[in-house]
Ligand binder design. Structure first.
Ligand code: GLA
Length: 369
């Protein structure tokens, strides 16, 4: 190779490497009603940009290019902190959910022979950690390589849960992958189920329903629920049901079928028991938008994933850029342990004991095809 060509190649490699670097910046994002300041961190790598705020650890925006190179914000949410804080039932847009993602039946569980009572906030059940879960606290934050680390100390008895729980959530962006890493430790036996509750719409937030998008979930089983969306305890095969997403399938293709589970939830809102149960990071799901070519691939160490089609969105929430969020305008893929695990001894355990360290990883990869 001629020297000139070699130099050009070296320069091109350098420019490529530069654009793969993640730039992290921080800005104020308003104040809580009590004056506590909230910050928003922007993580930028190439054409992917993620914005994470300290309130609720919320992924507020995610810019990703489509196959034509055009960017869009592909997560639902609000433009201002005030809207997140003041909107009653803000649908948990983009938030970290804890101490316990999804439902606990009758807001009660028994651990070491003692019964704990939680706030009731979803029919007869406790949902997403109670009245003031991790989605509604201001996390401490510090910049780390490629991202931000959020930490929170939940006091013994917080929302009815035992033990002082120290939690850290790290969001990092490497190339086209947003990695969410959760760690926690307790000083008393407790239960724990952490997730992120982002609503995706790969065509762009607020542009329409997710029904034409295609989904694959690497799960042969799911956990059917009763009418209040509490798992019956059965781990049922997806084969020959509208819950079989083992091959990429249009989300809207079977959502209207006469199926009891789909009736209970007014769409999809169930936990799939992932085929990968060994705690190692593995592909769990993929969403593909044929219109824009965007692909979201989800990898997780978790054993379950809650796929929810935004069935409770009903046009009452106006989100970013004045977009009105109607039914099915977003989908969630909440990587987690199974709902109501403390009340089902056949489900993978959600118990955490002093001396143990909870650790889980979810990676969201954004690409096109
Ligand atoms: C989860 C639940 C849904 C709903 C949303 C939040 O996905 O499974 O039933 O509560 O959170 O609106």
């Amino acid at each position: 190779m001629k020297l000139g060509a070699l130099l050009l190649l070296m320069m091109a490699t350098f420019v490529q490497a530069q654009s793969d670097f993640t730039k992290v910046t921080k800005k104020p994002f308003g104040k809580m009603p009590d004056g506590t300041p909230v910050e928003i961190y922007t993580l930028k790598s190439g054409k992917i940009e993620a914005r994470i705020m300290t309130y609720g650890g919320i992924l507020q925006a995610l810019q990703a290019p489509g196959r034509n190179g055009r960017d869009a914000d592909i997560v639902l949410g609000f433009d201002s902190l005030d809207q997140y804080v003041k909107t009653e039932n803000s649908a948990y847009f983009g938030a970290i959910i804890g101490r316990f993602a999804n439902r606990i039946a009758h807001a009660k569980f028994t651990l070491d022979g003692k019964t704990y009572t939680l706030p009731v906030n979803d029919g007869p059940n406790s949902l997403h950690g109670g009245l003031k879960g991790f989605d509604k606290v201001v996390w401490k934050a510090k910049e780390i390589k490629d991202g931000v680390e959020l930490t929170h100390v939940s006091k013994d008895g917080d929302q009815g849960y035992p033990g002082t729980l120290r939690v850290a959530v790290r969001y990092t962006l490497q190339g086209n992958e947003l990695r969410i890493e959760y760690a926690a430790a307790t000083d008393k036996d407790t239960v724990l189920n952490l997730t992120n509750h982002s609503y995706f719409n790969l065509a762009g937030q607020g542009t329409g329903t997710i029904l034409p998008e295609e989904l694959k979930i690497n799960a042969s089983y799911y956990t059917p629920t009763d009418a209040t969306q509490i798992p019956t305890g059965e781990i049922a095969p997806v084969a020959d049901t509208p819950f079989d997403f083992r091959k990429l399938t249009v989300i809207g293709a079977r959502i209207g079928e006469n199926n009891q589970q789909l009736h209970f939830a007014r769409g999809y809102d169930d936990n799939w028991a992932l085929d990968n149960q060994n705690g190692k990071l593995a592909e769990a799901a993929e969403v593909y938008d044929p219109a824009t070519g965007r692909v979201l691939t989800v990898f997780t160490t978790e054993s379950g994933i809650q796929f929810y089609t935004g069935n409770f969105l009903d046009g009452t929430l106006t989100g970013k850029g004045g977009h009105v969020y109607k039914k099915h305008y977003g989908l969630t893929l909440e990587t987690q342990h199974y709902p109501d695990s403390p009340n089902h001894s056949n489900f993978p355990t959600t118990e955490l004991k002093p001396g143990q360290r909870f650790h889980s990883i979810t990676v969201l990869r954004f690409s096109t095809r």
